[in-house]
Design a protein around this ligand. Structure first.
Ligand SMILES: Nc1ncnc2c1ncn2[C@@H]1O[C@H](COP(=O)(O)OP(=O)(O)OP(=O)(O)O)[C@@H](O)[C@H]1O
Ligand SMILES: [Mg+2]
Length: 394
């Protein structure tokens, strides 16, 4: 028997053909429904639940219709980003952090990646909102880069190697401000270069990305992201490719610019140190779901979910000597076949009788602190269960 047959991941030819046929039928139907919704303004405009939020994720489900089955990468995610604040999103690799932000930018790899349920509300500024899930591409093009912008992990791949730095920043400004003259665009680019701390701005304007260091390239990416004063900046692991001193500079820079432009930041990272230093609120994700959210103080000093407690224990502390760092036992369940009970149960050291039941609801244990764990049933208010989408009904 072949190795893959023994470990249960084997798919027969017949099964593979069934999956392909199913994916084709479902994704075609979803694409059509999306195109129809994009033509009807009522279907993509809505109201914010709280006008002080810039973005609200409401039970968002983003699935990938892959060759081995449906991957529920983001499944019933609920959280919001208040104005002028930094929200850190943490969780181990593969838990759905990037897919959450790509769903907000409508940059999923389609047609296999689809947001099949929930609403992503983006504040237009006056409390009315776009439901990004149904928003047509023509409007998304105006939102991306202008209202929401993104900073990626690898600044070398985010920049185009064959164009000069100046040209690349100019392009973004021109695109979103077609009325600006060439001289004004250049002046704005130089102003942005100065803002992100590039000393030799006239020189760097004429350079190519390979002539700059990693830290400088990331500064350029930040300049591009902030060129149009967006109301939300998504930073996906912005400092992972940089060394520690540069990392601190870049984070400082981001924080300063955020305050200056009065934007909000969605900071995605698996570095808890970065989140602790910057975030006002923290969202902890596990296997495509939010397991805990609260203020940075609540998450760092009073973590409630066993997974968050494990994450905190596994982070090294300066000045504290340990023989071996703690690691959470076991691994994340198979994304194609998630269990119908708590996804963390099989790795959990705090299991109780209730954990034998279905996936736990969200429980509010303080006005800002919400946790999805059966252990807190008697300590807070039950808010509701995450809503998954049954793909067979699509
Ligand atoms: N194009 C795709 N096709 C199929 N599955 C995908 C695709 N993109 C992401 N996934 C799956 O979605 C899940 C979430 O991925 P995501 O990239 O959001 O993780 P992440 O939390 O950002 O991890 P990391 O910290 O490594 O960046 C993973 O299980 C991944 O395999
Ligand atoms: Mg990622």
């Amino acid at each position: 028997m072949a190795e893959h047959e023994k470990n249960g991941s084997y798919i027969s030819g017949r099964e593979a053909r069934r999956i392909t046929k199913f994916n084709r039928r479902v994704t075609r139907k979803l694409e059509k429904a999306r195109a129809d919704a994009a033509r009807d303004e009522r279907l993509y405009t809505t109201q914010m639940k709280d006008p002080n939020n810039i973005v609200e994720f409401d039970n968002v489900c983003t699935y990938f219709f892959s060759d081995v089955g449906v991957v529920k990468a983001v499944d019933g995610v609920n959280f919001s980003v208040p104005r002028h604040s930094t929200v850190g999103i943490v969780g181990e690799s593969g838990c759905g952090k990037s897919v959450t932000s790509l769903s907000l930018m409508q940059l999923l790899q389609r047609p296999s990646g689809q947001t099949v349920g929930g609403e992503i509300r983006f504040n237009k500024g006056d409390g009315s909102a776009y439901n990004i899930v149904n928003t047509p591409n023509s409007i998304m093009e105006k939102i991306r880069g202008n209202r929401i912008s993104m900073i990626f992990q690898e600044p070398m791949t985010a920049l185009n190697p064959v164009f000069r730095i100046g040209q690349q920043i100019n392009e973004v400004i021109e695109l979103h401000n077609p009325e600006m003259s060439e001289a004004d665009v250049k002046a704005r680019t130089l102003e942005m270069l100065e803002l992100v701390g590039i000393a030799n701005k006239e020189g760097v304007y004429e350079m190519y990305p390979h002539e700059l260091s990693g830290g400088m390239r990331q500064r350029i990416c930040i300049a591009i992201a902030l060129a149009c004063s967006p109301s939300l900046i998504i930073a996906d692991e912005p400092t992972t490719a940089l060394d520690v001193t540069i990392q601190a500079q870049i984070l400082d820079l981001l924080q300063n610019l955020k305050d200056r432009l009065q934007s909000s930041i969605m900071l995605i990272t698996h570095d808890l140190g970065v989140v602790a230093g910057m975030a006002d609120y923290v969202v902890v994700m596990y296997a495509g779901r939010v397991v805990e959210k609260g203020t940075a103080d609540e998450i760092f000093h009073h973590p409630a979910h066993p997974y968050t407690i494990g994450l905190m224990r596994s982070k090294p502390v300066v000045g504290q000597k340990v023989d071996k760092l703690y690691n959470i036992p076991g691994s994340v369940p198979n994304p194609v076949a998630m269990p119908d009970y708590c996804y963390f149960r099989d790795r959990c050291e705090m299991q109780c009788e209730r954990c034998k039941g279905k996936y736990p609801p969200e429980i509010r244990i303080s006005p800002t602190h919400i946790v999805s764990c059966w252990n807190y049933m008697d300590e807070g208010t039950v808010l509701g269960f995450p809503k998954s989408v049954d793909v067979n009904t699509l």
